[in-house]
Design a protein around this ligand. Sequence first.
Ligand code: Q9C
Ligand code: ZN
Length: 341
Amino acid sequence: MKTFFSEDHRKHFPQAELSGGQFVTPFERPSRVEYVLAELKARGMGDIVAPGAADMAPIEAICDAGYLAFLQSAFAEWKADGNAGELIAGCITPRGMRTDRIPTNIDGKAGYYCHAAETAITAGTWEAALSSAASAQAAQAEVTAGARAAFALCRPPGHHATADQYGGYCFINNAAMAAQMFAAAGQRTTVLDIDFHHGNGTQNIFYDREDVLFASLHGDPADAYPYFLGHADERGTGAGEGANANYPMKSGTAWDEWGAALDDAIGKIRAHGTEALVVSLGVDAYKDDPISFFRLVSDDFTRAGEKIAALGLPTLFVMEGGYAIEAVGINTVNVLAGFEG
Ligand code: Q9C
Ligand code: ZN
């Protein structure tokens, strides 16, 4: 299958992530995709194509207009306000205070439009996020044109971004945008999220929708970021009741339980009458991932790809997380190769 990938991802390279009370080099760093590219080439996985410029309409279809305006000018406003470093939100939308008034000051605006302080905004963040969305758009078009599958090698990732909040290293929800593109064309769509972290943004965007099923395998939010969403009793609302399926799992979860959860999710994808599949492809369920607690081994990712392929659906893979840098390439391409059989 073809890979869609933009070098502009490099424009987003924050120097700082708040982790354990210290600033560390972000886990979500440009070199992650170098390992994926090298593995794609080494294993002859198909052409790697640069996308054109992002089309704003599909982004605007899933994002709040004020949020997009904020992202575009945030870093310039931050600098203009006299801040020396990268933009890090210090005061995040608090419980019991007002959220109906958006602050004018950039420090306050960042808090309004952010849900997790580990994620910094830099001078090139907006352009990189757009280029990441452009890769997902181009890959979605490839599937719409009749390809069985395509891979969007997106960076920065997207599944934690809601319509109006960034966080968890994510700014624009690439998978949700692509799913909405399929849905807008009248196709019943599923987003299957196998990243270690719950895809709170994707769930939130489609929670009241029956035509888009969201199914996610992830670390139990009692113990894992994003902490405030991803429980098993979140089943959708209104018309979307039953079109949301969460599989939270405990520390130490390995293939037996994870693969069984994947089988169950696949049953729901079939029952939903899905016509187009978007896979939020994170590989942080890997045993050596530095910020996650599952125990998948590299061969398990191949098996996951095989199971996904058995659905027989047009499939768009969208890169999300994975931080065991050297293994990210192998594990990601294992899913794709397992899918291709
Ligand atoms: N001390 C994705 O995988 N918490 N995002 C980091 C590190 C945020 C993960 C904690 C993890 C976000 C796309
Ligand atoms: Zn993740």
